[in-house]
Write a protein that binds this ligand. Structure first.
Ligand SMILES: [Zn+2]
Length: 356
C-alpha cells in the first residue's frame, strides 16, 4: 500500500538541497480571518501556491531536537510538540469526533501532509513558527484540555478514536509524482467538489472536481440566509461602491457558473464580481448559491460549506459509511495521489537537519 519511498526521498532531497540556496523568505500572506470549520483558511495559500516551491530555511528545527517535532504558535505561545501529537489536536478540531473512523484517518493524513509541507519549508506560516492554530492561516487545533471540555463524558471514547485514527496512519502523507501535495479540504461540497483552478487560479492535477455522494443528509449540505431588500442593498453597496444597487431582483444576474455549479461571475447592479467576493460580502457558506425574491426579501440558498476544493469531510464520512477505507477516500478526493511514509525517508531528515 505504501510505495514509492525512493521517489519521496528524491523529492525531499531536492527540497533540502534547495534550502541551501537561501531562497528569500516570502512576504507575509495577508488573507485569513475565515474561521469556518474545515476550510483551514486556504485562501491564505494563494500566494504560496502561485509562487510554487517557496522554500525557506526551517529555523525552528535545531540539531538537538527531534526532526519530527514542530513549533506551533497558539496565540502568544509557541509550543514545540511531536508531529503526531499535533495531528491529534488538528484532527479533533477539524472534524467531528463522531464521524466514521476511516474518515478521521483520511483527515489525519490530509492534516499531516499539510503540516509536513510546512516542516520541509514548502509552505510557510505567517506567525514565524512552523504552523499556527489560526484556521485562517494554517489548521485549527485543540489541546487535550480543550477536548476534555468540549466532549465531556465522551472524552475517553472520542480521544481514543481520534488517537487511533492518527496513530494507525502514523507518518503517512500524500504525494503526487514524489512531491507532497497541497491537501486542501473543506466541510461539505454540496455534491460535487471544485477544481482548484476555479478557486485559487492555479491548476493542480490532484485537485480536480469529483462527485461527492451522500452529503444530502448533513446539516452542512444546505443553508439559507434571508435579507430584507434594504439590508441586502446596504451590504452590497457598502462592499462594492460601484454597484449602485436599487432593486435586488433586477440588479442580480449570475453571469457564469463553474462546471460544478458554483458562481464564477455575478452582476450586482453596475459591477461584476466573482462568486468568492459575493460569498465573503454576504458571509455565505459557499459560492454554490441560488437567489429567490419575495415579500421584500432576498433569500440566498447555498449548497455545501467551504471552498469546495479537495476532500469534502461530509463526503468522506459518507464514503466511510458506505464501507470505504481511508485510502479509497483519499484517492477519490485527491486524484492520482500516492500514500507514502515520510518517516522512512531518513536520508531526507539527515539532509534537512545539520549534524543529523
Ligand atoms: Zn499559520
Amino acid at each position: 500500500m505504501i510505495s514509492g519511498k525512493a521517489k519521496i526521498v528524491r523529492a525531499f532531497a531536492a527540497a533540502a538541497a534547495a534550502l541551501l540556496l537561501f531562497i528569500l523568505p516570502r512576504e507575509s500572506g495577508g488573507a485569513g480571518g475565515s474561521a469556518q470549520r474545515a476550510s483551514a483558511g486556504f485562501l491564505d495559500l494563494i500566494p504560496d501556491i502561485t509562487r510554487g516551491l517557496d522554500l525557506v530555511p526551517p529555523k525552528q528545527h535545531s540539531a538537538a531536537a527531534s526532526v519530527q517535532t514542530l513549533t506551533v504558535r497558539n496565540g502568544s505561545d509557541a509550543v514545540t510538540m511531536g508531529l503526531e501529537e499535533y495531528i491529534i489536536g488538528v484532527t479533533a478540531a477539524e472534524m467531528p469526533a463522531s464521524y466514521e473512523l476511516e474518515a478521521l484517518k483520511a483527515q489525519a493524513v490530509a492534516a499531516r501532509t499539510f503540516a509536513v509541507k510546512h516542516m520541509v519549508g514548502e509552505l510557510r506560516c505567517k506567525s514565524g513558527c512552523t504552523v499556527c492554530t489560526d484556521p485562517g492561516c494554517c489548521q485549527a487545533f485543540i489541546s487535550v484540555e480543550g477536548m476534555r471540555k468540549n466532549w465531556g463524558k465522551n472524552f475517553d471514547k472520542y480521544y481514543e478514536k481520534i488517537r487511533s485514527a492518527v496513530i494507525s496512519t502514523e507518518g503517512q502523507v500524500l504525494t503526487n509524482e514524489g512531491e507532497l501535495v497541497t491537501a486542501l479540504y473543506h466541510s461539505s461540497s454540496g455534491g460535487r467538489t471544485e477544481d482548484c483552478e476555479a478557486v485559487f487560479a492555479v491548476a493542480l492535477p490532484y485537485l480536480v472536481s469529483v462527485e461527492s455522494e451522500g452529503e444530502e443528509d448533513s446539516p452542512e449540505f444546505r443553508s439559507v440566509k434571508t435579507f430584507s431588500n434594504e439590508e441586502f442593498i446596504g451590504i452590497i453597496n457598502e462592499k462594492f461602491p460601484d454597484a449602485g444597487m436599487t432593486d435586488p431582483e433586477a440588479d442580480i444576474d449570475v453571469w457564469q457558473r463553474t462546471d460544478s455549479g458554483r458562481i464564477a461571475l455575478i452582476r450586482l447592479g453596475g459591477t461584476v464580481r466573482t462568486g468568492q467576493q459575493l460569498r465573503k460580502a454576504l458571509g455565505l457558506h459557499s459560492t454554490n448559491a441560488e437567489f429567490s425574491f419575495s415579500n421584500g426579501k432576498v433569500k440566498v440558498t447555498c449548497y455545501g460549506y467551504g471552498h469546495g476544493v479537495g476532500m469534502s469531510q461530509v463526503g468522506a464520512n459518507a464514503m466511510a459509511g458506505r464501507g470505504a477505507d481511508y485510502v479509497e477516500i483519499l484517492k477519490h478526493y485527491y486524484t492520482g495521489v500516492e500514500l507514502e511514509h515520510f518517516g522512512e525517508a531518513e536520508e531526507f531528515w539527515r539532509l534537512l537537519v545539520p549534524g543529523k
